[in-house]
Design a binder for this molecule. Structure first.
Ligand code: ADP
Length: 393
């Protein structure tokens, strides 16, 4: 890569004129004006000098003995498109100067040269070259950052895929030996009666306790593995996105919980008509169902329960909320509850600590976010966003 003419104190200027006196006079004046002047009487030599640098500022006579200014322009523009070339021309070569402008010259200036006019022109050109240099640096940096980001994204995606794969294999493959253990221990439990006489009561009791422990352990492990398997399935064999009328979805979900709500006199509040969104139906159904189910299960024993569903519409996303006035969650647990198998608080309600982990994964797979605002004994509001994506008619 060519050496860049960096913004230094003294801007470099390549001066080309085959008349030695004119060249010397101009050089003196321009050096006195603060330029680092490199002067040449030959177009070829100037091109040779320029070819190792970029962002050159060139002031050239249009009529040169070896190459005319137009040729210098063409060659320099090819090797250094960021250069700024100013043509010095007399009236007789004015047409050439106009041609040069059409071919990308920065400007032309008529001889005899008005030095004030030239200085203004040069100053402007220097500023533009510097600006374009800075711009280029920014673009380079942006491209590098973009490339880094692409690499990181690809690595992340492949890591994610690997993790999903491992999760799936582990949970899938662990289940079959577990089912075997479960089967044999059940058989063993049945046998204890018939071997009672042979072993004697004490030993049989001990054997029964052991089998009981094995069965309890197997049941726990089965719950964990099924949970992992369910989590790993989200997004693996993802159903297709489609238009889904949330109003209908929520009405259907409400019908599923009708009995429980009536039984516990729970008021279900929905003030708005819900929109149609582009999403995976079963997964979003699971999100609303889990959140509503939790709001019912973690209701307060000391006040009438209310569950409210609503949403806000922003430019590019919907924000949904499921609000209850139940037992609430301590601030320190607001993040923990979204982790798999995490249960918090001292509620006697039975559960696996899986629902919110599934909900979080589904929302994230839909490019949304989920969080909770909650106070102990006052209730919880679960928020989640879903980006608005194109609805297909
Ligand atoms: P599970 O309900 O099976 O334990 P979840 O993942 O759905 O699993 O919830 C994790 C924990 O978050 C629950 O154990 C409970 O402590 C808390 N939690 C979830 N929803 C609510 C809610 N609406 N009100 C109070 N606590 C909640």
């Amino acid at each position: 890569m060519g050496e860049k003419t960096r913004p230094t104190e003294k801007p470099p200027l390549i001066l080309i004129d085959d008349e030695p006196d004119a060249l010397e006079t101009l050089q003196d004046i321009l050096e006195a004006s603060g330029y680092e002047v490199h002067s040449f009487q030959s177009g070829r030599q100037a091109i040779e000098f320029v070819s190792h640098r970029t962002g050159n500022l060139i002031l050239t006579d249009i009529l040169l003995q070896d190459l005319n200014g137009l040729k210098v322009l063409q060659v320099v523009r090819e090797i250094d498109p960021d250069s700024a070339i100013i043509m010095m021309t007399g009236n007789t070569s004015l047409q050439m100067a106009i041609d040069a402008m059409n071919q990308g010259a920065y400007a032309y200036i008529l001889k005899p040269i008005n030095m004030e006019e030239l200085k203004v022109l040069l100053k402007k050109a220097v500023r533009e070259i510097r600006l374009s240099f800075e711009n280029k640096k920014l673009v380079d940096r942006l491209q590098l950052t973009n490339r880094d980001m692409e690499v990181s994204n690809r690595r992340l995606e492949s890591l994610n895929r690997e993790m999903e794969e491992i999760l799936h294999i582990v949970s899938h493959d662990l289940r079959s030996p577990l089912i075997n253990i479960q089967g044999f221990s059940t058989k063993l439990a049945g046998l204890t009666g018939s071997v009672r006489q042979k072993l004697g009561d004490e030993l049989t009791k001990e054997a029964e306790t052991c089998v009981g422990f094995i069965q309890k352990g197997v049941k726990n492990m089965d719950t964990l593995i099924s949970g992992l398997l369910r989590l790993s399935r989200i997004g693996r064999k993802a159903e297709a996105h489609q238009n889904n009328d949330l109003e209908k979805m929520i009405t259907d979900i409400r019908a599923v919980f009708e009995f429980e709500m009536k039984e516990h006199s729970i008021q279900f509040i929905r003030k708005q008509k819900f929109p149609t969104i582009w999403c995976r139906r079963d997964e979003i159904n699971q999100v609303f169902s889990n959140l509503i189910s939790n709001a019912i299960r973690y209701r307060s024993p000391s006040r009438a329960s209310e569950i409210e569903l609503s949403f806000e519409e922003a430019h590019d996303a919907y924000k949904f909320l499921v609000k209850d006035n139940g037992i609430g969650i301590d601030k320190k647990d607001h993040e923990r509850i979204f982790k798999i198998f995490e249960r918090v608080g001292d509620s006697p309600v039975k559960g696996e600590g899986l629902g919110l982990a599934l909900v979080k994964k589904i929302i994230e797979q839909h490019d949304g976010k989920i969080w909770v605002e909650s106070f102990r004994d006052r209730g919880s509001t679960f928020y989640f966003t879903l980006p608005k994506q194109r609805l297909v008619s």
